[in-house]
Write a protein that binds this ligand. Structure first.
Ligand code: AMP
Ligand code: ZN
Length: 116
């Protein structure tokens, strides 16, 4: 279900412009508007999930699907060999600012560990 005022629900519904790189029935991948690496994409479910803190018992297949799309996008972007990172920020101390679940996929440069 689409949540009123959720920007990622709007991206998924094509009501808000984004540079979309992949989409299917369940998810959509698009460029982050403020990229933190040469490749910085977001993979989101079409369904509104607020965060990993939601009850996701019925969404296991969907979550697995999102991860397969991350890998697919890394190949398409040509960074599967050099390396990339998939990140899900959850709540304030992790820096979550958009409360519609999204997987950051970052690559194209050396990524430090641990992250800030
Ligand atoms: P987080 O801080 O983990 O919640 O990540 C939210 C991400 O969404 C940030 O990296 C933002 O740059 C990105 N973002 C916010 N609004 C948009 C938008 N309209 N299109 C693309 N990316 C966005
Ligand atoms: Zn949403």
């Amino acid at each position: 279900m689409k949540i009123h005022g959720c920007i990622f629900c709007q991206v998924a519904a094509h009501e808000k412009t984004a540079k979309i790189l992949y989409e299917d029935e369940h998810c959509i991948a698009f460029q982050d508007i403020h990229p933190k690496a040469p490749v910085h994409l977001l993979v989101i479910p079409r369904k509104h999930i607020t965060s990993l803190n939601d009850n996701l018992d019925d969404d296991k297949a969907l979550l697995g699907h999102l991860m397969t799309v991350v890998g697919r996008m890394a190949k398409e972007q040509g960074i599967d060999g050099t390396g990339y990172r998939a990140v899900i920020n959850t709540n304030a101390e992790a820096g979550q600012t958009v409360f519609h679940l999204h997987i950051h996929m970052l690559g194209g440069r050396i990524l430090n560990w641990p992250p800030g």
